[in-house]
Design a protein around this ligand. Structure first.
Ligand SMILES: [Zn+2]
Length: 75
C-alpha cells in the first residue's frame, strides 16, 4: 500500500485539480471553436440588401429570404 503524508496528499489533489480544469478548458475552447467555424460556414449575407441568414444545408447558391436574390458562396 502507498503511504502518503498529508502534504503529499494535498499536492496530489491540487495537481489533479489543475490538470482536470486545464483539460476541461481545453475541450471547451475546442468545442466552441468548432461551433463558431460551423456557424460561419452556414452564414450567408445578401449582396443586395445585406440580410444575414443561415442555411441549414451545405450549398453553393442560396436565395435571400428578404429580397429573393440568388447569392453565391464566397470563399
Ligand atoms: Zn437580399
Amino acid at each position: 500500500m502507498i503511504e502518503l503524508t498529508l502534504t503529499e496528499l494535498c499536492w496530489a489533489v491540487v495537481i489533479a485539480t489543475l490538470v482536470l480544469v486545464t483539460l476541461f478548458v481545453w475541450i471547451s475552447r475546442f468545442a466552441h471553436h468548432n461551433a463558431e467555424k460551423r456557424g460561419v460556414r452556414r452564414r450567408w449575407i445578401c449582396d443586395l440588401c445585406l440580410t444575414v441568414w443561415q442555411e441549414q444545408h451545405k450549398t453553393k447558391i442560396a436565395t435571400c429570404p428578404h429580397c429573393g436574390k440568388r447569392c453565391m458562396q464566397k470563399k
